[in-house]
Design a protein around this ligand. Structure first.
Ligand SMILES: [Zn+2]
Length: 275
């Protein structure tokens, strides 16, 4: 079973049939992991286990969703990596997205599935059509999760052609595409001047809702100009913007294209420099 399947099996075992009943501290207690909320230095959550019992210490946050994600993350370590102790920076899942530490990513996966099990979260997303940030905010209230964790989970459940991405003035920090989005689509490494995200980041200009954009604003691919995407953005952490991109359906059927910006795919699918 994957970490996510383990978490969802736990929800099923406990007979939880409503997301509002996902009491993460109680689920942890049931697994003999006691949760304490205390200031920590140098990390946001910590797990110390001995025998069949563990104590998770969580740094208090004004956002309950972040605390809950941390508890789920430590419970993931407890269930998946027993016998080890952890000091984590784990209250939001973006730090680990770019990390090469598989255990941290597994604990995040466990937490995301525990708090937003596909059995509830999938139908909730389906009922919203193509949710924007306003709808995701509603979902994050229902699931008591952070908006960031909810947006990443939206891409993760892989039912919509969506990419969640985070940019700063230095460029792309991380991105989370739905799995079925073709890998040929290569996000720009720096924000295009014509993107709403650029306006938001540099001038604080907010665009109220999702709007259409030519594909080349967002993708480096030579043929991106033939396609359209829908862009919505909101302020992220200080100096960052969080972007929600929906790809139009022809983009999902676009054929393999070796030419992407300054790179070119070779036959085995690796990038080489374009001559
Ligand atoms: Zn961790």
């Amino acid at each position: 079973m994957t970490p996510g399947e383990r978490a969802e099996a736990r929800i099923a075992e406990l007979g939880i049939s409503d997301p509002r009943d996902i009491d993460v501290d109680a689920i942890a207690f049931d697994a003999r992991m006691l949760v304490e909320y205390e200031a920590l230095e140098g990390c946001e959550a910590m797990l110390v286990g001995a025998g069949d019992r563990a104590i998770a210490t969580i740094r208090p946050s004004s956002v309950r969703g972040r605390e809950r994600f941390s508890v789920g993350h430590e419970l993931g370590h407890w269930e998946l990596h027993r016998g080890k102790s952890f000091a984590c920076r784990a209250d939001d899942p973006d730090r680990n997205l770019t990390s090469d530490k598989p255990r941290e990513r597994e604990a995040d996966e466990y937490s995301a599935h525990l708090l937003m099990p596909a059995v509830f979260f999938g139908p909730a997303v389906k009922a919203l059509g193509k949710p924007g940030f306003k709808e995701l905010d509603g979902l994050s209230n229902d699931y008591e999760t952070s908006l960031l964790a909810t947006a990443i989970r939206l891409a993760d459940i892989d039912t919509l052609p969506v990419i969640v991405a985070c940019y700063s003035a230095q460029g792309l920090k991380w991105s989370k595409p739905a799995k079925h989005v073709p890998r040929r689509w290569w996000l720009r490494s720096r924000l295009d001047d014509d993107s709403f995200a650029h306006g938001l980041l540099t001038a604080g200009t907010r665009v109220a809702s999702a709007r259409k954009q030519p594909g080349e604003v967002w993708f480096e691919n030579d043929d991106a100009e033939n396609y359209e995407v829908t862009e919505e953005c909101i302020p992220g952490k200080a100096g960052e913007v969080l972007v929600l991109l929906y790809l139009s359906s022809p983009m999902l059927d676009a054929r393999f294209d070796p030419n992407v910006g300054i790179r070119r795919y070779n036959e085995s699918g690796s990038y080489t420099k374009r001559r």
